[in-house]
Design a binder for this molecule. Structure first.
Ligand code: HEC
Length: 314
């Protein structure tokens, strides 16, 4: 009895689920969701093609130094890099003396305490410090940026879908909204007349909702004068700073790639050894079965001969 009741209760549940599936499915097809401007006009990131891409990728240290220079001279005015310390810059190929000088001359000082009065104060950055934030706190950051908060960039290439390709595309993707068309040739303001970029925001089709609070940070070729003589086009600066942000998010990327290769090599050798020992262990066992068992063709031939001699058919 309990089983029968249970069966009908279960049947009831399944029935309700099926009915709601059918009704909602029909509703979806008869009444498809309205297309939105962000859905129709958002662009997928373009490939930045960095040296660190792929399984065998390695950092291009010259490029990381250039990217650091872009961060230092442009982005650090608004964005913090709070998970990175100055001493880590030796990883990019700077000498210890150079890193000391970079910390000492950093535009923002580090919060500290006046040793005589105990009052809050600031001091020059040391090699052991993290990069200081350009703003004292979130309120100050928002006040200076039209109420938008410039996010910390340390882990940015891990935090956003598309990673460094996204950062590169975002930096080079600012466009004029009037007359902007997508790949299908639709014009944004004709299709969606009420999505004009509000004052204080900037149109950028790579940003999720198409309007970003960050003013275009890289605007003219030569904005940064590279120490290594590379031509600093906007595209080059965007690529370099994206490469630098891959490093800040994962400074040990090369170790991970190396460990991956070592693991593959180890697994390949282990598999070959396992196969050889399998062959070795079963070698005798197989020979004996073959020599004696009824599956041995020679044994069967002998039986057939004996049957034939005795006149047994089949
Ligand atoms: C004048 C200040 C300013 C400068 C300079 C600046 N940014 Fe921004 N940035 C912002 C603000 C404000 C936001 C938040 C935008 C928003 O949420 O709409 C932002 C957001 C971002 C984002 C996150 C976008 C997202 O998906 O949320 C990235 C990445 C970024 N900036 C990278 C950079 C890089 C790289 C540089 C240097 C080349 C730079 N920014 C220079 C103010 C700035």
């Amino acid at each position: 009895m309990v089983r029968i009741i249970g069966f009908f209760v279960g049947l009831g549940f399944v029935g309700v689920l099926l009915i709601s599936l059918v009704i909602n499915g029909a509703d979806y097809f008869s009444n498809p969701p309205e297309p939105t401007a962000a859905h129709e006009f958002h662009k997928e990131p373009r490939k930045a093609e960095l040296a660190s891409d792929g399984m065998a990728g390695k950092f291009d240290r010259q490029q990381l130094q250039r990217g650091f220079q872009v961060y230092k001279e442009v982005c650090s005015a608004c964005h913090s890099l709070k998970y990175v310390s100055f001493y880590q810059l030796t990883d990019l190929g700077y000498s210890e003396a150079e890193v000391k000088a970079i910390a000492n001359q950093w535009a923002t000082e580090v919060p500290s305490v006046n040793p005589e009065t105990g009052e809050p104060a600031t001091r020059k950055a040391l090699v052991s410090d993290r990069f200081p934030s350009p703003y004292a706190n979130e309120t100050a950051a928002r006040a200076a940026n039209n109420n938008a908060l410039p996010p910390d960039l340390s882990l940015m290439t891990e935090a956003r879908e598309g990673g460094h390709d996204y950062v590169y595309s975002l930096l080079t993707g600012y466009a004029e909204q009037a007359g902007y068309k997508n790949e299908k040739g639709q014009e944004l303001l004709k299709e969606f007349p009420d999505v004009a970029t509000p004052p204080g925001l900037h149109f950028n089709p790579y940003f999720a909702n198409l309007n970003i609070a960050m003013p275009p940070p890289l605007v003219s070729d030569g904005q940064v004068t590279y120490a290594d003589g590379t031509k600093s086009t906007v595209d080059q600066m965007a690529k370099d700073v994206s490469a630098f942000l891959v490093w800040t998010a994962e400074p040990t990327l090369e170790n991970r790639h190396r460990a991956g290769w070592a693991t593959l090599l180890f697994l390949t050798i282990a598999s070959i050894l396992a196969y050889l020992s399998y062959r070795n262990i079963w070698a005798n066992a197989k020979r004996e079965v073959a020599a004696r068992g009824p599956l041995d063709p020679a044994f069967r031939d002998r039986m057939d001969e004996q049957k034939a001699e005795r006149g047994i058919a089949g």
